[in-house]
Design a protein around this ligand. Structure first.
Ligand code: URA
Length: 252
């Protein structure tokens, strides 16, 4: 992690303010003054940083994956309803974690929580086209190739004042009124609206994957764990926050 980023994300000021602190020679790492804001600190050095002679409390970004149960609000706080914040351990409460995107109260499944605002933005913004896969059970007749084609072309929803043309999506029809739908944008209630458009009311809706991350088959509703560093790297690579490893890099 860059020194300026580590200090900025730990509350020592904006990136510009932190750069000024560093260039004034007020920051040292393992006893040596470092004047390069881009200096790369490794995990062993996190406890060895000082700012103006005082030991710095470096807070690294946190990445969690939560299997959201039914009947839980995607919010860190709520006075009345069960909410995601209630599942976050006390030691992580002051780390400014928030959910990446939103699942409806009755939608279950994969929800990432992080304090990495840039990753969160890239995973949710339609500009990055990150895939989200939803498992749906629905009422009514089985879906067919007709809906599959319509999804692939981009469905036009007409449930609001103005028609809305959606990005192309992939519909995978399974046995027993079950389907997987892969979307690359995150319009409000998008899956439920698509199924309503097909006159197939949703019975259950579960997000099973987001980008490179997939909910484990045996994951229990309500479970929460930290992402591994390779899972975080995969998400960052997918969203362009770290560059692809090239054959040239491999040679070095
Ligand atoms: N689409 C929906 O309709 N609901 C969700 O929770 C997520 C996607």
């Amino acid at each position: 992690m860059r020194l300026d980023k580590a200090l900025a994300s730990s509350g020592y000021g904006t990136r510009t303010e932190v750069k000024a602190l560093i260039s004034k020679g007020l920051v040292s790492v393992a006893g040596t003054v470092v004047k390069d804001p881009g200096y790369k600190i490794n995990d062993d050095q996190l406890d060895l940083i000082t700012v103006a002679g005082e030991s710095a409390q470096i807070k690294e970004n946190i990445y969690l994956v939560f299997n959201k149960p039914d009947g839980v609000l995607t919010a860190m706080e709520d006075k009345r309803l069960p909410h995601v914040g209630q599942f976050i351990p006390a030691n992580l409460k002051n780390r400014k974690i928030s959910p990446v995107g939103r699942l409806d109260f009755h939608t279950t499944g994969l929800l990432i929580l992080t304090n990495d605002g840039e990753l969160s933005h890239r995973l949710t913004s339609p500009n990055y086209g990150i895939s989200k896969v939803y498992e749906v059970t629905y009422e009514g007749e089985s879906l067919s190739g007709m809906q599959k084609e319509e999804a692939a072309k981009g469905i036009t929803l007409t449930d609001m004042d103005k028609p809305v043309k959606l990005h192309p999506s992939v519909l995978d029809i399974k046995e027993g009124n079950r389907a997987l739908l892969t979307l690359t944008e995150g319009k409000t209630h998008e899956v439920r609206r698509i199924f309503a458009h097909w006159e197939r009311p949703v019975i259950t809706l579960k997000r099973v994957s987001l980008g490179t991350l997939t909910l484990e088959e045996d994951s229990l509703e309500g479970s929460l764990r930290e992402l591994t560093s390779s899972e975080v790297e995969d998400l960052k690579r997918l969203t362009g926050l770290i560059k692809e490893q090239t054959q040239e890099d491999d040679k070095q």
